[in-house]
Design a protein around this ligand. Structure first.
Ligand code: HEM
Length: 415
C-alpha cells in the first residue's frame, strides 16, 4: 500500500469522499439540503473536498461548536492567508483569551431583559414600516421591511440616533458586500478606517462622545463597550469598539432572513395564520421552529488546532471543519418528522441556528423578540387588510454563501 499524501500542515492526508464531493464556496451546493440529507444518511461526517471535513448530524455539529479548544474560530471568514489585526476582528473570529474578555462585557447588555427593554421601540418601528407598505398598497417585505428592521433595532440598542440608522446600515451593507470581509481591505485602502471613511467618522464621533461623557454617558450598548473595565482594568480599545459595532450591525442581517422565512410562510400557508391566532404560545414556538427548519445561517467554519477525529472521520491539524447547521437541525434522530414545520413538538432539543458554546449568538434574545413582535403586528394588520404575494412570484434564495431566506417578497395590499 502506498503512503498517504501529506496535508499542508504536514500530517497524513485523508482522501476526499468523491461520492459526496461538492464545492463549499458555491452557495447553491453549500445550501443544497437534499445533498446534505444524503450525506447525513450515508456518511454523516465526510470530506467533500480537500482539507475540509463536513458534519451533518446534530451531535457531531454540536460538539464542533462546543469544543473551542480543539476547533479554532480564527480566520474562518477570511480568504486563505489573510490575517487582520486583532482590533479589526469580529467577535466570532477571535479565540480565548481575548474572546471571553470582550464577551463578558457585551453579555451585560445582550440579555433577555435587554431585549425586553428594546421591545416598545421595536414595536413602534415595525408598525411604522408596515404602515408605509399598507399605505402605498405595494412593497417588498424584504427590501422595505425585513432587511432594514433588525439592523435598526440593533442600532437603537447601541444608542445610535434614529436619523443615522439608514445611512449607517447602508454603509454596513456596502462593507459586507465589499472585499473587506475576506481581505480586510478595499480599493480605497486597508482596514475599516481607510476603506469606509464616512462610516468610521460617524461611529468614531459617537464613541468619542461616550468616552468624554464618562459616567454621564447614556445607558446604551455603545457606552457599555467604551467605558466598561474588566477586573484587571482591561477595556476594549476604541478601534476595536468600532469594529464590534460594525459586527453587531451586520450580524443583524441574519435576523432579516429569519423574518423573510416567517413572512413567506404567513403569506403562502393558509393554515399558519390560523395556527398563530389559535394558541397564544404558537407565535414564540413558530419563531424557533422556523429557525430550526430554515436556519438563516446554514453553516459555519472552524479550523482544527490538532489531529483528531469527529464521528470516526480523521481530522488533521489545520483542516477546516464545516459545521452544517441546517443539516444538523434536520437530523431525524433528534427531531421526528424533521423536514416538516410543526408547532406540536414537545420540548424539542435546542436547535443549532444560533451556534452553541462559547460563541453562541449574542443576538439570540433580541432576534426572538423581533420575530415575535413582527408576527404579532402582522396579525394586527391582517385583521383589516389583505396582503398577498404578487401574482407570478417565485421564491428564490438569497445568493449569499451562508444565508438562507428569500431574496425578495413583493406584495400587494388591499383594504
Ligand atoms: C436569525 C438571526 C441570527 C442568527 C441565525 C445568528 C446566528 C449566529 C451564529 C450561528 C453565531 C455563532 C458564530 C460562531 O459560533 O462562530 C452568531 C454569533 C454572533 N451573533 Fe448572531 N445570529 C442572528 C442574529 C444576530 C443579531 C440580531 C445580532 C446583533 C444584535 C447578532 C450578533 C452576533 C454576534 C456579535 C456574534 C458573535 C458571538 C461570539 O462570537 O461570541 N446575531 N450568530
Amino acid at each position: 500500500m502506498s503512503k498517504p499524501p501529506k496535508s499542508e500542515e504536514g500530517g497524513a492526508k485523508t482522501a476526499v469522499d468523491e461520492a459526496f464531493a461538492f464545492d463549499p464556496t458555491d452557495p447553491a451546493k453549500a445550501k443544497d439540503l437534499d445533498h446534505m440529507a444524503r450525506i447525513r444518511r450515508e456518511k454523516p461526517v465526510c470530506r467533500p473536498t480537500e482539507n475540509l471535513v463536513l458534519t451533518t448530524k446534530y451531535d457531531d455539529t454540536r460538539l464542533g461548536f462546543r469544543d473551542s479548544k480543539r476547533y479554532s474560530s480564527v480566520g474562518d471568514m477570511r480568504a486563505p492567508g489573510v490575517v487582520v489585526p486583532e482590533e479589526e476582528s469580529f467577535l466570532g473570529e477571535i479565540d480565548a483569551p481575548l474572546h471571553p474578555k470582550i464577551r463578558r462585557i457585551l453579555i451585560k447588555n445582550f440579555t433577555r431583559s435587554g431585549a425586553t427593554r428594546a421591545e416598545a421601540w421595536t414595536r413602534a418601528e415595525v408598525r411604522r414600516r408596515l404602515a408605509g407598505i399598507v399605505d402605498r398598497g405595494v412593497g417588498d417585505l424584504m427590501g422595505d421591511f425585513a432587511i432594514p428592521l433588525p439592523g435598526s433595532v440593533s442600532a437603537h440598542v447601541l444608542g445610535i440616533p434614529d436619523e443615522l440608522h439608514d445611512p449607517v446600515m447602508e454603509w454596513c451593507n456596502e462593507l459586507l458586500h465589499s472585499s473587506w470581509p475576506t481581505t480586510g481591505k478595499t480599493d480605497r485602502g486597508e482596514g475599516i478606517e481607510l476603506s469606509f471613511p464616512e462610516l468610521t467618522a460617524c461611529l468614531d464621533g459617537l464613541i468619542r462622545d461616550r468616552e468624554q461623557a464618562g459616567a454621564a454617558a447614556p445607558d446604551d450598548l455603545l457606552s457599555l463597550m467604551v467605558n466598561s473595565r474588566g477586573d484587571d482594568g482591561w477595556s476594549i480599545g476604541n478601534h476595536h469598539v468600532r469594529t464590534l459595532v460594525v459586527n453587531i450591525l451586520s450580524g443583524s442581517l441574519s435576523a432579516s432572513y429569519m423574518l423573510g422565512n416567517l413572512l413567506y410562510r404567513l403569506l403562502s400557508d393558509e393554515h399558519f395564520e390560523s395556527a398563530l391566532r389559535g394558541d397564544a404560545k404558537s407565535i414564540e414556538k413558530s419563531v424557533d421552529e422556523s429557525l430550526r427548519l430554515e436556519a438563516p445561517v446554514a453553516f459555519l467554519m472552524r479550523t482544527a488546532r490538532e489531529d483528531g477525529q469527529i464521528g470516526g472521520c480523521p481530522v488533521h491539524k489545520g483542516e477546516h471543519i464545516m459545521l452544517h447547521i441546517a443539516a444538523a437541525n434536520r437530523d431525524g434522530e433528534v427531531y421526528p418528522d424533521p423536514d416538516s414545520f410543526r408547532l406540536d413538538r414537545v420540548d424539542p432539543a435546542e436547535h443549532l441556528s444560533f451556534g452553541l458554546g462559547p460563541h453562541i449568538c449574542l443576538g439570540n434574545h433580541l432576534t426572538r423578540m423581533i420575530g415575535r413582535v413582527v408576527l404579532e403586528e402582522m396579525l394586527e394588520v391582517l385583521d383589516s387588510a389583505t396582503i398577498a404575494l404578487q401574482r407570478g412570484f417565485e421564491w428564490e434564495c438569497v445568493d449569499h454563501l451562508q444565508e438562507y431566506g428569500p431574496e425578495s417578497l413583493p406584495v400587494e395590499v388591499k383594504r
